[in-house]
Design a binder for this molecule. Structure first.
Ligand SMILES: Cc1ncc(COP(=O)(O)O)c(C=O)c1O
Length: 391
């Protein structure tokens, strides 16, 4: 299969692992080599409930027996997408109420940017240096890493970048700004947290100028930091909330959520202000609804800080310089990109899947399923420490 993978499937780098997957269950992925691999990455923060969670699988099967795609987004009332949007509204603070379901994180970002421009009638977007919001032209335009953008210019005009956590930059948000888009926790940059007072001042500045605050919760959302969304740690509410990845529990999905007043502007002048064929697909919505229900009812979110503490207690080693992040999104600083790549490769050889951060390759990514057990955390950390001792 590896030979055909490299021959026929378009590649994103010249050094993909090409690991051959046979099946995946719980916190483990099983290779065609008949070995099992403990998954500390969860498909890059996507498999919230681990692999092949029985409730997600049965929700998908039940929906598949009824109907698959029946109509483009927004025309028919279908049970699963309706229930998903209602449950989101019931579990997010006001004024967040109405959800637009799409197919990926990047598409949700594009939708959110369009919504902010449409609602405010303004053109400028302010984003953050070192941010990552996805790879469509719109999402790439508001991402703050020159290396990844430069070959694809021209991108969206009137996008300006400010420094994360720098209060003096907030004055660059003005009455001309349609929206400020921020990852609540910067992902690709190495799981960097905003200061509590900074995020409060950012929200206040947005209110003063009439700019909408868009929070990208595509990684921390759906319980990864111990709250359903990470903004809940900071006592503010965004005007537009963007989610994806872990929302699907293993299926492709994205969404942006806002107040009724803001969201309704996408339905007129022009009508069909954002459309998508497969957004709100019933099969995907069934998986996402099952994921959300389980995250909310299982008590999983209450265990996140205990699991984070265990990681931090176990991962003490002279080669670990620091650990960034919150909850089950942790970035382990190993000092150099080459060393981190070698450690990740050697961990794989010993049955542990770890990865690195997109912009900061010296950080090892740890973002396991939220369902990971304490025993599995101990097992994986032991492998990682063995590798650090040896390498
Ligand atoms: C913070 C953040 N925003 C947006 C995206 C884009 O999501 P997708 O890959 O589903 O388009 C990602 C994906 O890694 C992300 O981490």
């Amino acid at each position: 299969m590896q030979k055909e993978f490299f021959a026929y499937q378009a590649q994103t780098t010249q050094f993909a692992a090409g690991f051959e997957v046979a099946k995946a269950q719980g916190s483990y992925i099983y290779g065609t080599d008949e070995k099992k691999y403990l998954d500390f990455v969860a498909g890059v923060s996507a498999n919230t409930l681990g692999h092949s969670h029985p409730k997600i699988i049965s929700a998908i099967k039940e929906q598949a027996d009824k109907y698959l795609h029946v109509m483009v987004y927004g025309e028919y009332a279908q049970e699963m997408p309706v229930k998903l949007c209602q449950l989101l509204a019931e579990n997010t603070p006001e004024p967040l109420e109405v959800t637009y379901l799409v197919n990926s994180g990047a598409e949700a970002i594009d939708g959110a940017l369009k919504l902010a421009k449409r609602y405010t009638g303004r053109e400028e977007i302010i984003s953050f240096k070192n941010s990552y919001h996805g790879n469509t032209h719109g999402a790439l335009s508001v991402s703050g890493n020159e290396y990844h953008k430069n070959a694809f210019r021209p991108l969206l005009p009137l996008v300006n970048f400010i420094e994360f956590n720098a209060e003096e930059d907030l004055k660059k948000i003005t009455e001309k700004t349609a929206a400020v888009i921020m990852e609540t926790i910067q992902g690709a940059a190495g799981f960097l947290l905003p200061d509590h007072s900074y995020i409060q001042k950012l929200k206040k500045r947005c209110e003063e100028t009439g700019a909408l605050l868009i929070l990208d919760e595509i990684q921390p959302g759906f319980g990864r930091t111990g709250k359903l969304f990470a903004f809940e740690h900071y006592g503010i509410v965004p005007d537009i909330l963007v989610m994806g990845k872990g929302m699907g529990g293993g299926v492709p999905v994205g969404a942006f959520m806002s107040s009724r007043k803001i969201m309704e502007t996408l339905s007129h002048s022009p009508k069909l202000g954002h459309i998508t064929t497969f957004g709100g697909n019933p099969l995907i919505a069934a998986a996402s609804y099952a994921t959300l229900k389980e995250v909310l009812s299982s008590g999983l979110m209450n265990e996140i800080s205990k699991k984070e503490r265990l990681f931090r207690e176990l991962l003490v080693h002279p080669k670990i310089k620091k650990i960034n992040g919150k909850g089950l999104m942790l970035a382990v600083d190993l000092g150099s990109p080459d060393y981190t790549l070698k450690v990740a490769k050697d961990c794989m050889g010993k049955g542990l899947i770890v990865f690195w951060q997109l912009y900061r390759n010296e950080y090892l990514r740890i973002s396991p399923p939220l369902t990971i057990s304490e025993e599995e955390i101990r097992e994986g950390c032991r492998i990682l420490l063995d590798v650090l001792n040896f390498d």
